[in-house]
Design a protein around this ligand. Structure first.
Ligand code: GLU
Length: 563
C-alpha cells in the first residue's frame, strides 16, 4: 500500500507511467494524475508540487529494467494494472469455413433509418469481417415498394458511416431486377419454378391439402411463355406469380411451393419502373450467390426463410452459404417500429428521426452514445440463439468507458437559487477540466460574493455545504430563511461535518442550460465555457454525462447521456 505520502504517490505514478510509455512524464501531468486519484491531497497542493520534481527525477535516474523491477516490488497492483488494459473483448465463436476470408453482407430494407435492432447484425458481420478479412457488402433490399421510404436510402448509408463499419461494396436490389429475371428464366428451364395463374385462395386450399395446382404440371415451354407474358404486362396484379417447386408434403404449409415473383400494378417505386418484383427469398438467394456471400448472419426470425431458400440453391446446384441465426432481442424503453416513428414525427409527437424517445442510431448519437459503444454492446450480446432482452445499462457502461476519459468536467446547477455568502473575500476556484488529466488545465471560477446553488441542496436540515473546489459554507436558518456564511477552506472540515459537496456557479458568470432527458427537461444554469463544447459529450459533475446539442442566445441545450 502506497500510503498517503505524496512523494511516494508521485514517484509510483510517474514510475507506472514510465513503464507503460517508455519515457518519463511531465511534472504537471503526474501531479494531475495523483490529485485525480487522491482528491484529499488537493488541499495540500503546495506540498505536493514541492516534492513532485524530485519524485520524477528519482524515476528518471532508473534504467528501464530497474523501473520495471521497482514497480513490481513497490506496487505490484500498479504493475498488474498495466496488463489489465490489454484484456480481450469477448471474442465471437469461430465461423466454419472462414479461414481463408469471408464475404458477408448487411441487408436492410430502406424503410427508415437504422435502429438498435439493426445494429446487431451490422456489428456482428463487421466483427467477423475484421477477424477473417474479406468483403462486407451493404445490400439495400428495396424490392417491396410498399416498404421503401425514399429518404431511407441516404439515412441507412449515413447511419452505417456513423457506426464505422468496414463496408467494401454497396448494391441496391432495385438496380438488379434484370439479373433476377434472367435467373428466373434459368430456374424455369431447370424445372425448378413455374408460373401459377391460379386464384390465390384456390392455390391456398390446394396447398393446405398437399395437392399440386394444375400449373405445376405445365411444360417448361408454357412456363416460359407465361413468364414472358408477366414481364410484358400481359397479366395484372394477382393474375400470375412465379412459384418455386418445393415439397408439397412438407409438414409446414408455408414451405410448399412458395412464391418467388409477383406483379404489382401501381407500385410507385422511387427508383425503378417495374411490373414484376422478386420476393425476398428469391432476390436474397440470387444476390447471396451472385455476390459470392460465404456466411450469412441473421436473426432466428429468418430460419423459415433459410429453409425456403435452400430449395432455390438446390434447384440451381449452387453452394449454400454458412448460416448463423441469433436469438431474438427484446428492446424496451424506445420506439422502434418505423410506421409508429413516422406517425409520431408527422403528428409532432417526436421532433424527428433523432428524437430521444426513438431507438434509432441517430437518436443514440444525439444523446451522446458513441458508435464504438453500440458495437461493443452488440458484440458482448454476441451470436447466441437464446432470446434476450437488450440491456441499456450495458450499453451505457460501454459508452462510459469511452466518454469518461475524454469528457471535460463542468458545473451545472439544477433549479438554481441565489445565495449571498457573508464573510468571504474574493476567491478563485481552479477546477480541473478532467480529474485525471491535469495537462488539460483548469476552469477558473471567480467568487465575488454571490453564487448559484442547487435548490434541492438547501433545506432547513442542512447546516453546512462544501462548494466544490472553493470553500465551506455554513447555513443558519431563521425560520425558512437561510443565511450563508463562509466557513473556511478545509475539505477535512467539510468531510468531518458530512457536508454535501455541491456544484455552484459565480452568480455573475452563468448561462442558462436545459438538459433534455427521456423523462423530461431539467432546467438550470452552467458554466459559460460549456459554449465551446458544442457537439461534444461532457460531464456535468454529479449530474451525469450530457451531449451539448445547441448553443444559442437563450442558453445551452444538452441531451442527457447517462450517469
Ligand atoms: N432484408 C432482410 C431483413 O432486413 C434481410 C434478409 C436477410 O438477412 O437475409 O429482414
Amino acid at each position: 500500500m502506497a500510503g498517503e505520502d505524496p512523494k511516494e504517490l508521485l514517484f509510483l505514478c510517474a514510475l507506472q507511467n514510465a513503464v507503460k510509455h517508455g519515457g518519463v512524464p511531465q511534472v504537471g501531468a503526474v501531479i494531475g494524475m495523483v490529485m485525480g486519484a487522491h482528491p484529499e491531497l488537493r488541499s495540500r497542493a503546495k506540498e505536493v508540487s514541492a516534492v513532485a520534481k524530485e519524485a520524477i527525477a528519482d524515476v528518471a535516474a532508473l534504467s528501464p529494467e530497474e523501473r520495471v523491477t521497482t514497480l513490481q516490488t513497490r506496487a505490484p497492483e500498479m504493475f498488474a494494472a498495466l496488463s489489465e488494459k490489454h484484456e480481450h473483448k469477448k471474442v465471437l465463436p469461430d465461423l466454419e469455413g472462414a479461414e481463408n476470408g469471408v464475404v458477408m453482407r448487411f441487408a436492410p430494407n430502406p424503410s427508415g433509418p437504422l435502429h438498435i435492432g439493426h445494429a446487431r447484425a451490422a456489428a456482428l458481420n463487421d466483427a467477423y469481417i475484421r477477424q477473417y478479412g474479406g468483403r462486407y457488402i451493404l445490400r439495400i433490399e428495396d424490392t417491396d415498394p410498399k416498404r421503401v421510404d425514399p429518404e431511407a436510402y441516404e439515412m441507412v448509408v449515413e447511419d452505417l458511416k456513423w457506426l464505422g463499419l468496414a463496408i467494401t461494396d454497396t448494391v441496391t436490389q432495385s438496380d438488379r431486377l434484370h439479373l433476377y429475371y434472367v435467373l428466373c428464366t434459368q430456374l424455369i428451364e431447370r424445372g425448378g419454378a413455374y408460373v401459377c395463374t391460379c386464384d390465390n385462395e384456390v392455390f391456398k386450399e390446394l396447398k393446405n391439402k398437399k395437392t399440386a395446382c394444375p400449373c405445376r404440371e405445365q411444360s417448361v415451354e408454357t412456363n416460359l411463355v407465361l413468364w414472358d407474358r408477366m414481364l410484358t404486362h400481359g397479366f395484372k396484379e394477382g393474375e400470375a406469380s412465379v412459384r418455386i417447386k418445393t415439397d408439397l408434403l412438407h409438414p409446414d404449409p408455408a414451405m410448399r411451393d412458395f412464391p418467388a415473383f409477383r406483379i404489382l400494378d401501381a407500385p410507385a417505386h422511387p427508383k425503378v419502373i417495374a411490373h414484376v418484383y422478386p420476393l425476398m427469398n428469391f432476390s436474397v438467394v440470387a444476390d447471396d450467390h451472385l455476390l459470392g456471400v460465404t456466411h450469412v448472419i441473421r436473426g432466428k426470425d429468418h430460419i423459415a426463410n433459410t429453409r425456403r431458400q435452400r430449395y432455390i440453391y438446390d434447384h440451381f446446384g449452387w453452394k449454400v452459404p454458412v448460416y448463423r441465426h441469433y436469438g431474438r432481442m427484446g428492446i424496451e424503453g424506445v420506439v422502434l417500429s418505423t410506421s409508429q416513428m413516422r406517425l409520431g414525427i408527422n403528428d409532432g409527437t417526436y421532433s424527428g428521426w433523432d428524437d430521444i424517445h426513438l431507438g434509432t442510431m441517430r437518436a443514440l448519437a444525439r444523446r451522446g452514445i458513441s458508435p464504438e459503444a453500440v458495437k461493443n454492446a452488440m458484440l458482448a450480446i454476441g451470436i447466441g440463439d437464446t432470446d434476450i432482452s437488450f440491456s441499456w445499462d450495458n450499453l451505457y457502461a460501454e459508452n462510459k468507458k469511452i466518454v469518461d476519459p475524454i469528457a471535460n468536467r463542468y458545473f451545472f446547477v439544477p433549479e438554481p437559487v441565489t445565495a449571498k455568502i457573508e464573510g468571504a473575500g474574493p476567491h478563485t476556484a481552479h477546477a480541473m477540466l478532467h480529474p485525471s488529466d491535469a495537462a488539460r488545465g483548469t476552469r477558473t471560477l471567480e467568487f465575488t460574493g454571490t453564487v448559484l446553488l442547487p435548490k434541492s441542496e438547501i433545506s432547513p436540515d442542512v447546516t453546512m455545504l462544501r462548494l466544490k473546489d472553493l470553500f465551506n459554507v455554513k447555513i443558519s436558518w431563521n425560520g425558512d430563511t437561510p443565511t450563508f456564511t463562509y466557513a473556511g477552506d478545509s475539505l477535512a472540515d467539510a468531510r468531518a461535518a458530512k457536508a454535501h459537496i455541491v456544484q455552484w456557479l459565480p452568480a455573475q458568470a452563468t448561462i442558462a442550460c436545459t438538459i433534455k432527458t427521456q423523462e423530461g427537461d431539467m432546467s438550470g444554469a452552467c458554466e459559460p465555457a460549456v459554449r465551446s463544447e458544442l457537439g461534444k459529450v461532457i460531464q456535468f459533475e454529479r449530474v451525469g454525462f450530457v451531449k451539448i446539442d445547441a448553443v444559442g442566445d437563450e442558453g445551452i441545450v444538452a441531451y442527457y447521456t447517462h450517469k
